[in-house]
Design a protein around this ligand. Structure first.
Ligand SMILES: CC(C)(COP(=O)(O)OP(=O)(O)OC[C@H]1O[C@@H](n2cnc3c(N)ncnc32)[C@H](O)[C@@H]1OP(=O)(O)O)[C@@H](O)C(=O)NCCC(=O)NCCS
Length: 136
């Protein structure tokens, strides 16, 4: 098994873009990524020998509604438990910020074929809907 460390709130735009592109997602402008990451509630980065090989972030209102975004592990590091460790750390953060006697909702949109990965953490399919808006 590969040795890795998880660090909190250190996700940088250049690493975000690198991981997204490596996973096959569309590249986004760095300035927009920086603005978006400034609005993270919390993020986790996985490091191997100081290289960022995985990431995950939480967005939302920080009280009632949280969303997991960009859970990505570089292809060559997948299958080593890194994705699981990232999601567990993000969920632990939400648990710690859930008021006693109340509940919180954690949503996500699974990439095609990744539903099974998230079901392992207790996520279930809901009636969530998504609309993408392009400004050409
Ligand atoms: C999804 C992803 C983050 C998982 O990361 P990972 O580090 O490879 O995951 P882990 O090594 O922690 O795998 C945990 C377990 O989930 C399983 N798993 C991984 N992908 C799965 C899938 N699509 N469906 C079902 N199970 C899956 C693994 O087999 C593993 O099982 P095991 O513990 O019994 O061996 C990684 O595959 C990835 O980055 N994919 C590309 C980007 C992407 O699509 N992200 C999701 C966006 S919604």
């Amino acid at each position: 098994m590969i040795e890795y460390t998880l660090i909190e709130n250190k996700l940088e735009a250049k690493d975000f873009i690198k991981l997204k592109v490596a996973a096959g997602f569309r590249e986004r402008p760095v300035e927009l990524v920086k603005m978006a990451l400034n609005n993270n509630l919390y993020d986790v980065v996985a490091l191997v020998n100081d290289e960022v090989v995985g990431m995950g972030r939480l967005v939302g209102d920080g009280v009632m509604y949280w969303y997991l975004q960009e859970i990505v592990v570089l292809p060559e590091y997948q299958g080593n438990g890194i994705g699981t460790a990232i999601v567990n750390k993000l969920l632990k953060y939400v648990e710690e910020h859930t008021a006693e006697g109340d509940f919180t909702s954690v949503g996500l949109t699974a990439a095609e074929g990744k539903e099974g990965f998230y079901e392992r953490f207790g996520f279930s399919k809901s009636r969530g809907m998504t609309k993408y808006i392009e400004n050409k």
